[in-house]
Write a protein that binds this ligand. Structure first.
Ligand SMILES: Nc1ncnc2c1ncn2[C@@H]1O[C@H](COP(=O)(O)OP(=O)(O)OP(=O)(O)O)[C@@H](O)[C@H]1O
Ligand SMILES: [Mg+2]
Length: 514
């Protein structure tokens, strides 16, 4: 008889349902698999045959035809093994048809019938929950990942034999209890450890309050990396829906099996030698890149001037759109990509230019070449540029530590609350000032005459682009929100303009050379 089991395949983060139809009859032995399956799926014939043999089911005199539908979706990976095995057992009359019912089967089989975990389980479960699937059966090794998603019944089994026994009622089917405490943020480094650097701390707070991209420029050892690593600790905590989206990306990338970082905003710091594919995603299986792994969190590009220009340019589109599209034959995978981008760099090759000492001996053309790596469209996308001086020794020796992360986070959360209210949305990330659309910008950033004149002068004297103009306005709005001010005042604009040091720096280098 014809038996149909349900399974699913991931395209990006989206889980598409797949029907596995099996017709097993006595006859010339063969095991056919049709329905746009790639090699790993076709290899499941060997695994399923061997795993069934362990149950005493001999397919050596059977003709088994497997069709995977819909035929226009490419079937990837080894997660269909379990569905194929289950449908075969029902087709042979070994299990009753009701066992397949409204159940989704996911899992790879080994030759001895053990179920191996699969990647992207969170994304599979979120998709199944959305489609209203009643129950999902997954490998026991995926239990902790399965416990992250609530509102759907998940059964687990360690081996095919265990599952068959449970479905025959010979033993209970173990189910997974959703554990919401796993979504509680973990503690991270505290801003209180950072001494001095008042301007940089203020910039970090403004950036967090409006989800603005930020660039730190300063000498070695001033605390750029230290500050950037403390950003997740002052960002508002993730909502449950946001957490699950972050976990789904990590799950697809196979990052959930290691130590748990669940519930915390992601912080990704790829090395400057990272390839374009590592940064934006790609590869044959269309895996998410760093920009997607940092979604809802922080993408930290330390030593920004050391990154290859082409690699940085590849980030431009995702940062603008908030998502990445990876095209492969027959599939277009989409991953979310809305991190805060934080860059850090030295001001010149030796790192000491402009630090108030006379120790920098870099030639002007070397400084210009060094900075030119930074200039251009990517810098234009960084809303705030802040210059750090070396930390004063007295500040380092001071007993009192700086303000702690919790106090800063409270102000950031208040400012984000104002932004959410203004945009009338529950989605914290979408309502942040950094993502204001052009039309909203006009509405929420109306300037008085003094503010208008100040920004007009800044645009002319610094040669700001139209994009940079919009960024200054958005940052000014955030500064006003941190203060709880309804109207944009000239002081807010002035502080936002002063946070474009790189534009000013570029100007002074050009001036020196003239
Ligand atoms: N403002 C600061 N307060 C307290 N400690 C600091 C501060 N700045 C630097 N340090 C100490 O110096 C170490 C190095 O700082 P950090 O790595 O952040 O410097 P950096 O600016 O990133 O330098 P580089 O340009 O070489 O990357 C820190 O781990 C910390 O111990
Ligand atoms: Mg550093």
């Amino acid at each position: 008889m014809l038996a149909t089991a349900h399974s699913s395949v991931l395209v990006g983060l989206a889980a598409h349902p797949v029907r596995v139809e099996v017709q097993a009859t006595r006859g010339v032995p063969c095991f056919e698999l049709v329905g746009l399956a790639e090699i790993a799926v076709r290899e499941s014939r060997v695994r399923v045959k061997s795993a069934l043999a362990q149950l005493g089911v001999d397919l050596s005199e059977c003709r088994v035809v497997v069709n995977m539908a819909p035929a226009d979706v490419k079937k990837r990976g080894s997660g269909f093994d379990l569905a194929i095995a289950m449908a075969t057992l029902v087709s042979l009359g070994i299990l009753p048809a009701e066992t397949l019912g409204d159940v989704l089967f996911l899992g790879e089989l080994s030759l001895d019938g053990t179920l191996h975990p699969l990647r992207g389980l969170v994304a599979h479960l979120l998709g199944a929950k959305q489609r209203g699937v009643a129950r999902v059966i997954v490998p026991a090794a995926n239990e902790s990942e399965a416990s992250l998603v609530d509102g759907i019944e998940v059964g687990i089994a360690g081996t095919l034999a265990e599952l068959v026994a449970a479905l025959r009622g010979q033993q209970p089917l173990l189910t997974v209890a959703a554990r919401s405490e796993l979504l509680v943020p973990l503690a991270c480094d505290d801003l209180g450890d950072v001494r001095g650097q008042a301007t940089a701390r203020r910039a970090l707070e403004i950036a967090a309050a409006g989800a603005h991209n930020l660039l730190f420029i300063g000498p070695p050892g001033a605390g750029k990396t230290m500050l950037a690593r403390r950003l997740p600790g002052i960002l508002p905590s993730l909502s449950r829906a946001e957490s699950l989206e972050v976990l789904a990306v990590q799950s697809v990338a196979g990052l959930l099996s290691g130590p748990r970082r669940v519930g915390t905003r992601p912080f990704r710091a790829p090395h400057h030698t990272a390839s374009e594919a590592a940064l934006v995603g790609g590869g044959e299986l269309a895996r998410p890149g760093e920009v997607s792994l940092a979604h809802q969190g922080v993408l930290f590009l330390d030593e920004l001037s050391e990154f290859r220009r082409g690699t940085l340019e590849s980030l431009r589109q995702p940062l603008e759109d908030g998502f990445v599209t990876i095209s492969r034959a027959q599939t277009v995978a989409t991953f979310p990509a809305r991190p805060m981008l934080i860059g850090a760099t030295n001001p010149c090759p030796c790192g000491r230019q402009g630090d108030g000492t006379t120790r920098c001996h870099c030639r002007l053309d070397h400084i210009r070449a060094y900075r030119s790596k930074l200039s251009g469209p990517l810098i234009d996308r960084l809303d705030i540029h802040v210059s750090l001086a070396p930390v004063d020794v007295l500040e380092l020796q001071a007993r009192a530590s700086g303000e702690r992360s919790a106090a800063v986070r409270a102000r950031v959360e208040r400012a984000r609350g104002i932004q959410r209210e203004r945009m009338r949305t529950k989605e914290a990330s979408a309502s942040a000032n950094a993502h204001l659309g052009v039309r909203d910008l006009e509405r929420v950033c109306a300037l008085d005459e003094a503010g208008s004149n100040l920004i007009a002068n800044a645009v002319r004297s610094l040669g700001l682009s139209a994009r940079a103009y919009g960024k200054v306005l958005r940052v000014a709005r955030t500064i006003a929100d941190l203060e709880g001010a309804t109207a944009l005042a000239v002081d807010h604009v002035a502080e936002a303009v002063s946070a474009r040091v790189l534009d000013r720096g570029r100007l002074s280098i050009a001036g020196d050379a003239a």
